[in-house]
Write a protein that binds this ligand. Structure first.
Ligand SMILES: Cc1cc2nc3c(=O)[nH]c(=O)nc-3n(C[C@H](O)[C@H](O)[C@H](O)COP(=O)(O)O)c2cc1C
Length: 481
């Protein structure tokens, strides 16, 4: 940078290097505002993007750095509604914007260093920023279904690998709140790495409670978009409530009456607590969480707002206290032992018992390792499905590590704590139709049909006597202190 603070500029004539690049008529924009103001836009107006603007976005794209400056990228800007509709059949994500920019790069170019992916990504980011500066919106699509089909639809030759698609259009709706960022000091280091990395492993043994806390805090920063309830899980929860908790369905008419108290343990994204508190308004809810931030996220989803308490006891502070002993009529831990490191599970169970009033009810829900869950996971991996912590096929895919639990291990833990099991309930021994629909949403038509037929055949199994109870994925236990 010259000493007067202006950026260094080459004095070459730009139109010689990139004929047609707009030299004037571009909106004046502050770089930092563009950088920090860009957001992924997922809802667009129907208005087409004028060709001139698409052109400007593409010009910005080719000024990205590329490995050896080989620029082996090829972009197809799809503006034809019919072609876009065909793309949308491959993945609904490509059905949102009037323009889809299909970005490809030399398939085998420098695969070892992923230089093709890196160069194309630099181009995509350049285009996203330029689009934002021009008043347009974009979102980066990797979930495009079968990328070879995308390539064929837009007529790219085999030796081009489709890296991603950038949806482009006029924003219809801007998210009021930007998804937050992990704190800089957690992510960046000077000279040598001095942190504790979040594992990509889904095995709870590879995680410490502290890492789980950091990861979950980062997940909730993304807001509700990544934390949606699924119909089949909600149904299981409602069935559990109908069978285990008959009281407290509505608020007592006498408002001065003190409500029985319910503590929900490690609710993380709050989907379950949200539902519990709606279905059982006759209880006063508290939650216990690993960090006040995640606690606040959950509490916002409950009406009235649940009280926020601390786990583990060492995390407690003056404003983030541990739950008091012998306080709760109900303590629930629903699909949270699966992500808890095994050593912590016993400690948690013992604490849950201590938080209950004498005679209080403990409710545990978990995904059983003796169910179809395990084989569907194996199938997904074989199919080359996404791996890593965010993609575990679980009742709640965004909580980090996950392992389905053996019913015998849960029973042994309860016995060791002297907790009396009163009722057991097993639900969904085969995948439900809505779940099959959801999990296969990006499959090709043929694979989708195949899985649906398999699902129908499997559903006959559920009718066999005792099968659902024994082989159910969702297992619930009600016990007393
Ligand atoms: C490599 C990559 C792939 C992405 N894929 C998708 C996608 O398939 N679908 C989607 O809705 N968003 C996708 N996104 C957008 C991210 O979800 C988004 O950038 C992130 O939540 C941060 O939000 P912001 O872009 O508004 O700052 C992708 C982003 C990147 C960088």
């Amino acid at each position: 940078m010259p000493s007067d603070g202006r950026p260094l500029r080459s004095n070459q004539r730009q139109d010689e290097l990139d004929p047609g690049r707009p030299e004037s008529g571009l909106p004046e924009q502050d770089f930092w505002e563009v950088l920090y103001g860009r957001r992924s836009i997922r809802r667009f107006k129907d208005d087409p993007v004028p060709e001139k603007l698409i052109d400007q976005v593409l010009h910005a794209g080719i000024w990205a750095p590329s490995s050896c400056n080989y620029q082996m990228w090829d972009v197809v800007a799809v503006t034809d509604p019919e072609v876009n509709a065909t793309l949308a059949e491959l993945s609904s994500q490509m059905g949102n914007a009037p323009t889809n920019l299909v970005v490809s790069y030399g398939r085998d170019f420098s695969e070892e260093g992923w230089a093709n992916i890196q160069s194309a990504s630099a181009m995509i980011q350049n285009m996203s920023l330029a689009a934002h500066a021009l008043g347009l919106g974009t979102f980066w699509i990797t979930q495009m279904g079968d990328r070879e089909k995308v390539r064929e639809v837009v007529g790219l030759p085999f030796d081009r690998l489709v890296i991603a698609v950038l949806a482009l259009g006029y924003p219809a709706k801007l998210n009021a709140k930007a998804p937050g960022r992990r704190p800089l000091e957690r992510v960046t280091h000077f000279n040598s790495y001095a942190g504790e990395a979040i594992p990509s492993s889904t095995d709870p043994r590879d995680w410490t409670p502290e890492l789980l806390k950091i990861y979950q805090r980062a997940r909730v920063l993304n807001g509700l978009r990544h934390n949606k309830p699924r119909a089949w899980e909600v149904r299981a929860l409602e069935q559990m409530l109908a069978s285990f908790v008959k009281d407290g369905q509505s608020k007592p008419e006498d408002e001065s009456q003190e409500l029985p108290r319910w503590l929900d343990v490690l609710p993380c994204n709050g989907i379950v607590t949200d539902r519990l508190s709606r279905e059982r308004r006759g209880f006063a809810f508290d939650i216990v969480e690993r960090s006040p931030e995640v606690g606040a996220f959950v509490s916002k989803r409950t009406r009235p707002k649940a009280g926020i308490l601390a786990w583990p006891p060492e995390a407690a502070t003056e404003h983030f206290e541990s739950p008091a002993e012998s306080t709760y009529d109900v303590v629930s831990c629903l699909f949270r032992l699966e992500d808890t490191p095994p050593d912590e599970r016993k400690r948690l169970l013992s604490a849950m018992k201590s938080w209950l009033k004498p005679g209080g009810q403990l409710i545990i829900g978990y995904v059983s390792a003796s169910s179809f869950h395990q084989s569907s996971e194996r199938l997904r991996k074989r199919r080359g499905g996404p791996g890593g912590v965010e993609y575990v096929l679980s009742p709640d895919p965004n909580i980090g590590p996950f392992e389905a639990l053996a019913p015998s291990s849960i029973e042994a833990m309860l016995e060791a704590e002297g907790i009396r099991v009163e009722q057991r309930l097993g639900l969904q021994a085969v995948p439900q139709p809505e779940e099959i629909e959801f999990r296969t949403r990006n499959f090709s038509g043929r694979s989708k049909q195949l899985v649906r037929t398999a699902g129908k055949l499997l559903s006959c199994l559920e009718k066999l006597p005792g099968y659902e109870k024994r082989r159910a994925r969702f297992q619930f236990i009600s016990a007393r202190k």
